[in-house]
Design a protein. Sequence first.
Length: 369
Amino acid sequence: MKITGVTTNLVRPENYDFKWGDDQPVVPIALTFVRIHTDEGVEGCASTWLPGAHSEVAETIAQFTRHSVIGRDPLDRELIWQDMMRLTRNTISPKAASAVDIALWDLAGHAADLPIYQLLGAHTHRAPAYASTTSFPQVSQFVDIALESKKLGFNALKLHAYGDPDRDIEVCREVRNAVGPSMRLMLDPVNAYDFLGAMRVGHALDELDFYWFEAPTHDEDVAGLARLTRELKTPVATGESLVRGIWDFPNLLTSEAGDIIRCIGDAIGGITGMRKIGSLCEAFNRNLETHSYGSTLVQAAHLHFILSAPNSEYMEVPVPSGMLDFGMVDVITADDDGFVTAPTKPGLGYAVDWDVVEDATVSKAVWTA
């Protein structure tokens, strides 16, 4: 089998906006769908999303990534991954390489007529999910979404608050009081605090019995993260903003700068990248809890990894639901018990409505040999 072409659809759905945090502007969302074509008619697909820099993935594929892909055997994923990721050691974003890697795994699943997690070697067939919030102007809105998530069956919730220690502590206290002691809570300030602010919030989370404290300060602050890890009772989760592949993670692990490691599969090298980091974490007896937030096919890629990994516990599910499900026939949902069940269809296992995608496409490119 031989890769004969790559197609990218840059999609701008109407009324698709995103706000990173309280101090950030609302920006429109674009989705990039990537398809890998072969001479045997077997295809693979992935999608990725970027608030703001809409054309980055498509342009990176056009200028660089396609040259590492077209004409190759699509099952040579490791060789292709190494060639693509070598470019990211300069200034090229790994987002495009990650999307292509996910599409190649989707293609392999279709070729084998198996879901990806079974190709990887299934460890489980369902995973507990936590509801992952956006940021809201009012504390009461965090309370409302927490109670709604609990009503939907979620047993865990992650807050993305304001990035301000005092205001975030208030949000965490109000949400804990509202949902009671049984719901697992996490906080992700997205690397917003300085060291002293992170320590102050961490001690508050200790009192509130939070399940983990994610991205408290810069992931490059290895010494500060190591001290937080030592002194806080709440497990510290680190590493999500490191997006140049697996090479930054040994430093976190050997420095004990985190109880839990985080990564973004659609930015770290796709499913192949997650597998490598997951195995590294397993050797250090650490969990890799992936950032599953994103478009449906991004979520699916993470789900397949989680289902195959012995050291990955939770699936992150965006709430409110449906925000990033544009162009999909099938979507990922948690059941009434707060679990996500493995897909049964081959590949990623979630079908794209290509008519909807084409109607919303603002730029399309087809690259062939």
